[in-house]
Design a protein around this ligand. Structure first.
Ligand code: GLN
Length: 300
């Protein structure tokens, strides 16, 4: 993605014209035009493989194969959207997360590899929880990534997932159906989605936490703002989750959350203030403190 937008558009238009012309575009030509449009080679291959409904390895072995004009046009349009910064996952309609292939649409945040840290932490804790069939909650589930990964890897868990967005919940439910996983669903804002009496042994959340003035936010404009930023300093959703957690956790239950690289200290302070013990932090793949959690005291 290094070329200026002008040349990206020109190259895409050229690809479109070629696609519509009599001489069919070959795989090699299509990929070369995508690279000229500024796409990474892997993105171009994955996008073409998606439109040709062939594995990436097939493309590599068949660079003389011809694209139909419909495929050439769809690929060209996809290249243009990718060159304009749209996440590849939306163009492919899917994203891999924690070994699961998930459907994604623009109604949900694209699941990030960093969030696998939260799932790994949950999977480490689950066998040590007292409940044989632990109740797990994923607040603000989006595509369902966290909830589904936990349900898949720890089948004894009874997993509930919530989201404020009915459209996001629809995506998450369709992922559960595709994966053959059975979860409980609830629509609403954080704890308000659940009955007052609902109790869980483990609560997980990757809430919106980007500050309203964060310079990275514009680059994420294709994803739902609702899932990215709660406005202000970015802490309000994390604070609401922490404040409501003690009333919904069983004694000894855990709350784990993903947050921004500079939010570990305020999140730890809020956890301690809410009475959590064992307040701990885990690092993301780049070694930054990106997940924090704590345990509800066994003796209130
Ligand atoms: N991890 C995402 C990012 O930094 C943000 C996700 C979120 O706000 N929960 O791009």
């Amino acid at each position: 993605m290094s070329l200026p937008a002008q040349s990206a558009t020109e190259a895409c238009v050229a690809a479109k014209q070629h696609g519509a012309a009599a001489a069919p575009l070959t795989v090699a030509q299509a990929l070369s035009q995508a690279l000229s449009a500024g796409l990474d080679r892997l993105d171009a291959q994955l996008l073409l493989s998606h439109h040709m409904q062939q594995p990436r390895t097939w493309l590599i072995a068949h660079d003389d194969a011809a694209l139909t004009s419909a495929v050439a046009q769809d690929f060209s349009a996809g290249c243009q959207r990718r060159a304009e910064g749209e996440p590849l996952a939306y163009l492919l309609g899917e994203q891999e997360f924690h070994g699961l292939r998930l459907r994604v649409s623009r109604d949900v945040l694209v699941p990030r590899p960093d969030t696998e840290t939260l799932v790994d932490w949950a999977l480490d804790l689950l066998p040590g929880l007292r409940a044989a069939a632990p109740r797990v909650l994923d607040l603000g589930t989006g595509s369902g990534a966290i909830a589904l990964a936990v349900a898949h890897r720890h089948p004894a868990a009874r997993v509930t997932a919530t989201d404020l967005s009915p459209a996001a919940l629809q995506v998450a439910r369709s992922n559960a159906d595709l994966l053959g996983l059975v979860l409980d669903w609830a629509c609403g804002a954080w704890w308000q989605a659940l009955p007052a009496a609902a109790r869980f042994d483990l609560v997980l959340a990757n809430p919106p936490y980007i500050a309203a003035d964060d310079p990275h936010l514009p680059a994420l404009r294709h994803e739902p703002l609702l899932a990215l930023s709660p406005g202000g300093d970015g802490l309000s959703a994390l604070q609401q989750i922490i404040a409501g957690a003690p009333a919904h956790l069983t004694a000894g239950g855990w709350l784990l959350m993903e947050h921004g690289w500079d939010q570990a200290a305020p999140v730890a302070a809020a956890l301690r203030q809410a009475g959590f013990t064992q307040v701990t932090c885990r690092q993301d793949l780049a070694g930054r403190s990106r997940c924090s959690g704590g345990q509800r005291a066994t003796q209130p």
